[in-house]
Design a protein around this ligand. Sequence first.
Ligand SMILES: Cc1ncc(COP(=O)(O)O)c(C=O)c1O
Length: 390
Amino acid sequence: MLPPSLAWIADRLDALERSHLRRDVVARDGAPLTELRRNNRSYANFASNDYLGLAADPRLQAAAGAAIEQYGWGAGASPLIVGYTGLQAQLEQSLAQFEGTEAALVFGSGYAANVGTITALVDREDAIFSDELNHASIVDGCRLSRAAVHVYSHGDVATLAELLKHVPARRRLIVTDSLFSMHGDMAPLADLAELAEQHQAMLMVDEAHATGIFGPAGRGLCEAVGVEDVVAIRLGTLSKALGCSGGFVAGSRELIDWLVNRARTYIFSTALPPTNAAAAMAALKIVQEEPWRREKLLQTAQTLANELRGHGWNLGESASQILPLVVGASERALQLAAWLKELGFWIPAIRPPSVRPGEACLRISLSANHAPETIALLRDTLVRVHDRRE
Ligand SMILES: Cc1ncc(COP(=O)(O)O)c(C=O)c1O
């Protein structure tokens, strides 16, 4: 029973329900594999961020198992107290080596990495320039930082250039996702790098969905575009392609030392469990040794995107393993998701505030582990569903 002081919550939940924006969590059974079990039914899973199919890889499990033997399960404390073990240190070294930077710092989540890093870099006297479709963790970091936040339209380099010319501040930070998580499209990284250099602004790029997927070595879109040297603050997650949990920042030694001293989400939060660090190192090794995973993933994504576009689906500007089928109204997205669920496909309806009003979509996330027959079945089903709508 809600106490009277919280009665407003029931009204607000009703309002969300009426506008098709209410969300609920549903438990799944088993690992986040390409086949998902829920309530004794099985679905083809097109909803997870386990892009390289590593979340249930036995090599990660073996690494985590060995770490449990030695370190136990939990970290036990924040890193600066006694939560930091040799395994987190090794993971940071491996990440720095992988990223080609002097150092790296691991946070409990990608969310914490964004919030902690932004708030450590800028303050009241500073200005942030942020793409309107940046992830919520960037948005929250901007808000918490107390800096003046200038949000530019999605990918609008011309407006950003004007802002940089005219907004004075002690320090200036340009921050962007590299691969936008709901739209599967890419930030204009080459232009952003040029503007950052021209205006001596700090440039921070969140590679959450691109780490392990893009670039010859799998480092992400900064590598693919050739701007790693200019992007002084590179952020990634261990929680998507690497199949684990956690976030990291890669950069110069001084940047990392500063974050250790000033990033509140690092300082005041329990360290990443050593087991997770061990599994993430195993995943990083697989990313480096098995490039076929990212190559297959991107090839499959491109072929499927071409086919769906050819049959009339609107995939926006997607150019990645994230394929949004933009349908507009939230109600329509929910209807289609329910319909596809009946047909055995788990594809989430993404609605505001995750996307702009009127841009609700079904978001297909592909994995290197999807069988070609499952992809073909999805394509045929979506073609039929689209034709039935017309
Ligand atoms: C662009 C981006 N950054 C950061 C995060 C947060 O990462 P994590 O799930 O590890 O907290 C996400 C998660 O969806 C994301 O899409």
